[in-house]
Design a protein around this ligand. Structure first.
Ligand code: HEC
Length: 721
């Protein structure tokens, strides 16, 4: 588990602020592209980030702890131009309804080793994610090419224990003129949502609904197609979705709500209506129309992309999917109109939505409860759907009647920073996840805690770094009340109080973050934090001679490594990363072999990159990379076991592995050395980059890493010629 690696010495400012009558405090900050939050019954928050980190947040004191890192494929900051994996990553999170008792959480993520998104259940062990506990529930094959996007991926439980998962249409939206991506030409299926969202036999572009069980899941009653219906999938609850972002289940009625990010057409044309975003409501299973209808069932005609000819208009009562890529039913269930819909321009029906960029999100539903600590809205607002828009940075209140019909809409919050998820806590307060200022690669995502305004502003606190290891908290208190200031230090999973008052002197700066929490007499809080270094480990530094901008296959590069570590322990490695490759997860095994290695329990003692009980598979590959006899010898070693090569501990004989399997596994392990160059035991020297591997392509890069046990890696990236 990696700690915070960024070293911030400057003070970060996180004032609490008031937005139109609501008190807000930032209980977490410095998040990197945070995607979804979930609240445990003890009040702790769990949050996921797109590139795989899972964090626990204790809102009372602002403590943030990294509890796991899920290997995912996700576009990295260093590879901004890539159209690959633009919207992939760790996408969805839901805590088990019995989380307090069983420590289980559900995650939906883009697998780094396969072209699919996976829904898995993990169990925490001593507060951290035990990746070996992973229990796969669903795998959804997905395209990651030609600017295919829309992964959605929100997870939510209903109080009946049913789990909902929203999935995107996984389609390139840029090559169909902003109308329906229904390009049925042979090589254009990446731009054809008839293969996914409009297909009753495909799990993409859907809201799925399952009942998790010990072994996997059951299909609940009332999904769209009864189990056994030909050409359908029983997991489907709602079909016809484009990019259903952030899903919410009404706590009383189990009605579900979600935002639908709509297509781009600015104006209507013969090929279809203007694009609309939608807020959707489903009280039961149904078809929400995409890619044949949008908004309040505005139909698209079927367009022949070869000739540009406009064909029959879709009938909302019986939409048809005529695609040659459709593996499901041809005649689809009647389409449902959106609950709220709005285009880029001003909306005639919902003028309060405003205009401009759009990215609809929905839920939760507010119910008034006089017995709860907080009620953010009034008694008249009982049964009000909260909606928000990621682009417009606003939130709205939508009053519902007893039958959950739309009554009226009112503005609620504004000035948000890309609102990404909203959850209501048991005490009635709201946590709003803000993604950060940018489209990707944010480092300033945060969680806003919203409570009612009690007519008294929360203190604002900032931290100034003093001489040595001293820090000073500066508190601004509008009402001039006396505030208490308490200091907390987080190290790994441990968060403890380290002092009181406006000044603190630490013995050293070892830890992940230091916080000052200022509280006024009415209990309003302000939280400031500074990120410290990543603990006691010395950091290595790596210099490449001449600071090359580009390096070719087989080239020599002179390097110098500095930092405390034994010379003999130092390793420098250069890894070739193809332009569309498995960038995020590090070197990975071929899919089939990875499956076998999992099935044969090898992972109990081995990992790919990190030594465990047995050596890292990458180390094995590098050690034998020029050894022609390695395959036969290692197959033999698997059969009979033995020790002494890597250490004292012997490997037991791997009796469950037959001859053919062992060949496949060992070949895959040895294959990890492809595209990898290495030199051991030198602080200074010349590293020879490897020859071009089979997956070499223009636009690749080198990741060059200096590492040693118990030191923090130094890493650099150079483009590949
Ligand atoms: C109970 C722990 C354990 C399990 C399970 C295990 N290994 Fe190992 N493995 C080891 C240890 C310990 C070593 C180091 C042995 C040595 O130093 O010679 C090792 C070494 C290896 C090596 C390198 C051998 C060499 O001589 O360089 C390979 C390859 C390997 N294991 C593959 C596998 C595969 C494949 C599986 C699953 C089928 C597996 N291991 C299961 C503990 C284990």
């Amino acid at each position: 588990m990696s700690r915070f690696t960024a070293l911030f010495t400057s003070t970060l400012l996180w004032p609490a602020s008031l937005i139109a009558g609501w008190q807000t405090t930032f209980v977490a900050s410095d998040l990197r592209d945070p995607m979804e939050i979930s609240i445990a019954s003890n009040g702790d928050l769990y949050v996921i980030e797109r590139e795989g980190r899972v964090l626990r947040v204790q809102p009372a004191t602002g403590a943030m702890m990294e509890i796991g890192l899920i290997p995912v494929t996700a576009l990295r900051a260093t590879n901004k131009g890539s159209s690959w994996a633009r919207e992939d990553g760790l996408l969805g999170l839901a805590l088990d309804p019995q989380f307090e008792r069983n420590q289980r959480m559900y995650l939906y993520y883009s697998a780094p080793d396969k072209m699919l998104n996976r829904l898995s259940r993990f169990t925490l062990k001593n507060g951290t994610i035990d990746t070996r506990s992973e229990q796969m529930l669903l795998e959804i094959p997905t395209d990651r090419r030609d600017k295919v996007c829309h992964q959605a991926g929100s997870l939510a439980f209903g109080k009946d224990g049913l789990l909902y998962l929203s999935t995107g249409d996984n389609t390139n939206p840029f090559e169909s003129g902003g109308v329906a991506p229904i390009d049925d030409r042979e090589d254009r299926d990446h731009a054809n949502a008839m293969r996914s969202a409009g297909n009753t036999n495909d799990l993409r572009g859907k809201v799925l609904r399952i009942k998790p069980t010990e072994k996997g899941y059951d299909i609940p009653k009332g999904n769209l197609f009864p189990p056994g219906t030909a050409k359908t999938r029983p997991e489907i609850y709602v079909m016809g979705c484009r990019n259903p972002f952030r899903l919410s289940v009404d706590p009383k009625t189990q009605t579900i709500y979600w935002g639908e990010v709509g297509p781009d057409a600015g104006n209507p044309s013969p090929k279809g209506p203007a694009g609309h975003d939608e807020i959707n409501q489903a009280k039961s299973a149904g078809n929400h129309g995409w890619p044949f209808l949008v908004g309040n069932n505005k139909p698209y005609p079927i367009v022949d992309f070869t000739k540009g000819a406009v064909g029959a208009m879709t009938d909302p009562a019986a939409p048809k999917n005529p695609s040659k890529f459709n593996t499901g039913l041809e005649v689809l269930p009647a389409a449902r109109a959106a609950f709220i819909w709005y285009p880029y321009s001003a909306s005639a029906e919902f003028p309060l939505m405003g205009q401009g960029g759009r990215n609809a999100m929905a839920g939760p539903v507010f119910y008034y409860d006089a017995n709860r600590k907080y009620n953010l809205l009034s008694q008249e607002d009982d049964r009000t759907l909260l909606t928000y828009d990621w682009m417009r940075n606003k939130a709205w209140k939508v009053k519902l009647d007893e039958q959950e019909n739309f009554v009226k809409m009112e503005p609620w919050l504004e000035g948000l920073q890309h609102p990404m998820d909203m959850e209501m806590a048991a005490d009635g307060s709201i946590y709003l996840l803000e993604y950060g200022a940018d489209w990707y690669f944010n480092k300033n995502g945060r969680i806003r805690h919203i409570t009612p305004d009690i007519g008294n502003k929360a203190p604002q606190v900032t931290i100034k770094t003093g001489a040595g290891n001293s820090f000073v908290a500066e508190v601004k208190e509008l009402e001039k009340e006396n505030c208490t200031v308490v200091w907390y230090l987080t190290k790994g999973l441990e968060d403890r109080k380290v002092g009181e008052g406006t000044k603190i002197e630490l013995a050293n700066k070892l830890g992940d973050q230091l916080r000052a929490v200022a509280t006024d007499p009415r209990g309003n809080r302000g939280i400031a934090r500074v990120l410290l270094s990543s603990g006691s480990q010395p950091e290595l530094s790596l210099k490449l001679k001449g600071n090359p901008q580009q390096l070719g296959f087989g080239e020599n590069i002179s390097f110098t490594i500095e930092g405390a570590a034994d010379d003999k322990d130092i390793v420098i490695r250069a890894r070739y990363i193809p332009p569309t490759g498995h960038d995020a997860g590090g070197p990975s095994l071929a899919t089939d072999a990875a499956k076998l290695i999992t099935a044969k329990q090898c992972l109990a003692c081995h990992q790919v990159e990190t030594p465990s009980v047995g050596p890292a598979y990458l180390d094995v590959a590098m050690r034998y990379r020029d050894d022609k006899q390695a395959l036969a010898r290692l197959q033999q070693k698997l059969k009979i076991g033995g020790g002494g090569v890597w250490g004292e501990i012997p490997m037991p004989p791997q009796a469950a592995v037959n001859e053919q399997e062992s060949q496949q596994i060992i070949q895959a392990i040895l294959g990890l050395s492809e595209g990898m160059g290495e030199l051991r035991g030198k602080r200074q020297g010349t590293l020879t980059l490897p020859a071009a591997p089979a997956n070499a392509a223009p636009g690749g890069a080198w990741e060059i890493v200096a590492q040693a046990p118990n030191a923090t890696n130094a890493k650099t990236r150079v483009n590949c010629k």
